[in-house]
Ligand binder design. Sequence first.
Ligand SMILES: [Mg+2]
Length: 265
Amino acid sequence: MKLERRHLCLYPSLGGSVAQYKRKLALEKGALLLNTICFDADDTLWQNERFFKLNQDRFAQLLSDVAEPAHLAENLLAAERRNIEHYGYGVKGFTLSMIETALQMTDNRVSGQIIAEIIAIGREMHNHPVELLPGAKDAIQTLSSDFQLLLITKGDLFHQERKLAQSGLGELFDGVEIVSEKHAELYRDIFSGRGIIPATAAMVGNSLKSDVNPAIEAGGWGVYVPSDLTWELEVADAPSRHPRYRKIRSLAALPKLVETICRNI
Ligand SMILES: [Mg+2]
C-alpha cells in the first residue's frame, strides 16, 4: 500500500496514534527513527538533590560551633569531589564525605555523638520515600507503548534499585543500567551492547554533563530537563546549537517533543 499524506488524518480513527502512523511511514522510507528513550533517574524522574541540600543544612547545624556554613560547604564539596573515585556517587559517599569533613574541621576532635548523627542522616536519606517529579509517570506510561525505554543512572546499586521499585515505574522499563560514571564511551557501550543505532536513541536527563552532552557525543539525541537544584559537580555548558539537542521544562512535554522529532526526521 502506498502511504499518502491524507492517511495521517485517517489512521487515528483506525485505532492507532498519529505518532505510530508516522513511525510506520518513516520506517517504510528507511529513515532512522527514534526507537529508544533513555532516562536518567535522580532529579529527572524523582527528587534527589533537594534531599542532599536539606541534609547538608542539617550537617551545617551540627557543626555550627566550629565552622561557617559557607566554609563547611566548600570543604564538603571538595571532599565529595575527592571521594567520587573511591566511593562513586550516592548517599554512602556523601555520608563518608560529611564524616571526613567533620574530622577535618575539628582537627579530628569531632564528638562520637556528632558522627552518630551524621550516620543517622545517611540512613534517613537511604530510607526516604521516592517523590516522583511532575509529569514523570505520565510520560513514561505514554512512551512505553511505542518505544524501548531504558533507565541509565549513577549512584549506589542497592539504593537505586530500591528507588526504582518504590517508584512503581520499574515494569515500564525494558532495561536498567546502574553505572559508576556517565561519559560518551559508556553510552556507546550501552547502545552497541543492546544493538541500538545511536541516532535512534535519546537520553533524557537533568544533567548536561552526565546525560545530555555525552549521549550527543556518542551519536544520540540529548534532551535536557533542568531541575530546580543542580549539584555543583554536574554543571556544564549546553550544546545549544547542536541539531540533536533539545530542552524541555518538564517531562510532561516529552511525548510531544518525541513526536515532533519523529515527524521531522
Ligand atoms: Mg540526575
